[in-house]
Design a protein. Structure first.
Length: 394
């Protein structure tokens, strides 16, 4: 069914890098969501009225809020698919994250409303009316939500859309909440125990948690979250795959919406390579990166003196010292040797440490590395610049 809808309503559906195609995915998902959730709202409202169940009625209005979420999804997809212009040279892709944030607020509002109504139901319980037909209708609604969750998840993964993945998560939680309301009706029919209000509280907490999770997952890209370590590794391995590239570091990726990333990276090359030759090589890497990874890359050249024995010995010594005294998350780069007075040598390099390190830990690890290097060569004066990675693994 999902593939049929994609082929029927999304032109050029395989060209997911095209912003227009991405927008069509979002609009299609929104229309399907509106249709399914309106049907579920009507069904559950009827069941809730017949059974006098606050949890079922609350679940119905949860589906009504999902209609609003689907409309927001459609609007956000259309706006985020707009091409770049003079006022927004990086495009409008981040509107998709704003859309997901709005969806999270709608989910939270529904959860809080259900929580209030459920608490009142616990304080002032009412008699429930059990009937097999309404329960069967609720079971069918679960099946519809299971399909809708899978539908949004498939589309969301296909185009890497946080909004659609958030919608999928919301639909999955709807299945749980509806299942809980069915359980309350069955327990009342079997044992005459009314847990409707308590089930409503549980349902509301699940909905509130879902809203919070969606918000947390959306705020990160909006304020500039950590680079995905997988993307960072992919980008660095891609650049390292080119001949004459000796190393890479200081990778930074800025995200302007799904599928719209800009990156910078420092590339180490031999200082014997001519300026024009290195420019031609790095220019080719930048163009290939956009073609193969869809990332707009800017490179910075770091020349390495591979023929100077002092530099190569110092570089090997620094790597050995860092490996010996620090954990695997601590890295070094840009090792260079500068001659000083009286035959001494300044060994200068950058040390990348985790954000979790305290100033005291930074001081301790740098002092240990300096001691290790002085033990290797007492003519070394070690100068270390401490910095953090933009793609730190959690």
């Amino acid at each position: 069914m999902t593939e049929l809808i994609i082929r029927k309503f999304i032109k050029n559906h395989d060209d997911i890098q095209d912003q227009g195609v991405r927008a069509a995915y979002g609009v299609t998902a929104g229309i399907v969501g509106v249709v399914v959730n309106i049907m579920l709202f009507i069904t559950k409202l009827i069941v809730g009225t017949v059974t006098a169940s606050v949890s079922v009625t609350a679940d119905a209005f949860n589906n009504l809020s999902d209609v609003a979420s689907s409309v927001v999804t459609m609007a956000g997809s259309k706006l985020s698919g707009k091409p770049a212009d003079a006022d927004h040279p990086f495009g409008h892709g981040r509107l998709e994250y704003i859309t997901a944030l709005i969806v999270s607020f709608l989910v939270l509002e529904v959860g809080l409303t259900i929580f209030k109504d459920s608490v009142m139901k616990i304080i002032h319980p009412e008699e429930l009316n059990f009937s097999i037909i309404p329960v069967a209708m609720l079971v069918l609604s679960i099946l519809a939500k299971v399909w809708l969750s899978a539908f949004n998840k498939k589309l969301g993964r296909k185009i890497n859309s946080g909004t659609l993945l958030a919608t999928s998560l919301d639909a999955r939680n709807d299945c749980i909440s509806t299942g809980a309301t069915i359980m309350s009706l069955v327990i009342f029919a079997a044992f005459k125990i009314n847990i409707d209000g308590f089930i409503g509280v549980i349902v509301s907490v699940l909905i509130i948690k879902c809203g919070i999770d969606i918000a947390i997952g959306t705020i990160g890209p909006l304020i500039g979250g950590n680079i995905d370590p997988g993307l960072n590794s992919q980008l660095e391995e891609f650049v390292m795959g080119y001949e004459n590239v000796l190393g890479v570091h200081d990778t930074i990726v800025h995200n302007y919406g799904p599928g719209n990333s800009y990156a910078t990276i420092h590339v180490e090359v031999s200082d014997r390579m001519g300026l024009e030759e290195s420019h031609v090589m790095l220019d080719g890497i930048e163009k290939d990166c956009f073609k193969k990874l869809g990332i707009i890359l800017v490179t910075h050249t770091d020349p390495i003196d591979v023929t100077n024995e002092d530099t190569m010995r110092a570089r090997a010594a620094v790597i050995e010292a860092v490996d010996r005294v620090a954990d695997s998350k601590v890295k070094c780069h840009d090792v260079r040797v500068v001659s000083a007075a009286h035959g001494r040598k300044n060994v200068v390099f950058d040390l990348v440490v985790p954000f979790a390190y305290t100033p005291e830990q930074n001081k301790n690890v740098t002092e240990q590395i300096k001691k290790e290097l002085r033990d290797i060569n007492d003519n070394y004066d070690v100068i270390i610049t401490v910095e953090h990675s933009y793609a730190e693994e959690k």
